[in-house]
Design a protein. Structure first.
Length: 349
């Protein structure tokens, strides 16, 4: 039997050191920690999964099916009175990877809880009510983690945000209030996808055997999560643009101001699209070139603001806000590029 000693490992966790044994002249054997075997309910002849990590370490897992482990979040409604409070708890349970949420009440389920559940179902992906009584609501996750690959979700977020920006400027030029309001409502779709990526990442953290089904590993998934977070913030900037468009809807604007916004928005969209494409293409040159474009675009936005504020014009303050929001979209594109560079370095380690 291989000898064991316990040492203090990274993060002050206990690390067991075991000697490798050779049997049959060619097979290498390491015994498993007895406590871990017992806690994992492993029996004789059971199979375990071995996953080689990018850093050369080896992960041993009792989960070999590639399915997320059952995790149940219990929520007692007794001390909750606000639908927004419950909604945030539901989103938190969803993002952190619980696949069953049980809400119980000592009395009849209040109306605000039903409202929060409806809001949550609309804001999440793959969540459905599976059981409901007067005092109980159970929500189940019906989404297979492998059905929504990280790159597909990022691509969808990119398309939605670009369309939001394009439609915001079109709404300003065409005085289309309904379109501007629709842009604001589409931010929910961006949030849904961002929360999904956050959930997928947390599922992967807890069960590395999901990496094969998801087509990624924890290190790669972290970069996807970082990019999704930046894209969600870029989407928030586009929402602010649409809100300012609503304010400008009934203000007479000079053609010069409209042309400046149109030109800046086209460039912001192109930089944003290129930053995401450079990540997918794993193209360091494209990424670096895009970073240089971001610098020049920021300077151009600053120059446009100075030109616009030279003369007092109706609605100039809100136009200035839009220019600043476009500048922020460009800056977030730069953050995507910087994250991509970190990703390239990791991949070529």
């Amino acid at each position: 039997m291989s000898r064991t000693r316990r040492v203090l490992g990274p993060g002050d966790d206990d690390m067991e050191i075991r000697k490798v044994q050779i049997t049959g002249g060619s097979s290498f054997i390491v015994s498993l920690p007895k406590d871990w075997v017992r806690d994992s309910h492993i029996k004789k002849n059971d199979a375990v999964g071995l996953i080689v990590q990018p850093d050369g370490s080896l992960t041993i897992t009792p989960r070999i099916t590639g399915q997320a482990a059952e995790r149940v979040k219990n929520i007692d409604l007794k001390n909750i009175e606000d639908p927004e409070h419950l909604y945030r708890l539901l989103i938190g349970a969803y993002v952190t990877g619980f696949n069953t949420i049980r809400m119980t009440s000592p009395t009849r389920i209040p109306a605000f809880a039903h409202k929060a559940v409806r809001m949550f179902i609309q804001a999440s992906i793959g969540q459905e009510v599976s059981e409901q009584t007067d005092r109980l609501i159970v929500i189940k996750d019906l989404l297979n983690p492998g059905e929504m690959p990280f790159d597909n979700v990022i691509s969808r977020m990119q398309v939605i945000i670009q369309e939001m920006l394009r439609d915001s400027v079109f709404a300003l030029r065409s005085r289309d209030r309904e379109l501007a309001e629709d842009v604001i409502s589409r931010d929910r779709d961006v949030n849904r996808l961002y929360w999904l990526i956050s959930r997928q990442y947390n599922l992967l953290l807890r069960n590395v055997s999901l990496s094969r089904e998801m087509g990624t590993n924890v290190e790669m998934a972290l970069h996807y999560l970082q990019i999704a977070r930046v894209m969600e913030r870029a989407g928030d900037q586009v929402v602010k643009i649409a809100e300012n468009v609503l304010t400008l809807m009934f203000i007479s604007m000079e053609r010069k101001m409209l042309d400046i916004i149109q030109s800046l928005s086209v460039e912001a969209m192109d930089i944003f699209e290129t930053s995401v494409r450079s990540f997918f293409n794993k193209d360091p040159k494209m990424t670096n070139d895009t970073l240089e474009r971001v610098k020049k675009f920021s300077e151009r936005c600053n120059q446009a603001s100075h030109e616009l504020f030279d003369v007092e014009r109706p609605g100039i303050v809100h136009v200035g806000y839009i220019v600043e929001n476009l500048k922020r979209v460009g800056e977030y594109s730069g953050v995507i590029c910087e994250t991509s560079i970190n990703y390239y370095v990791m991949m070529r380690e």
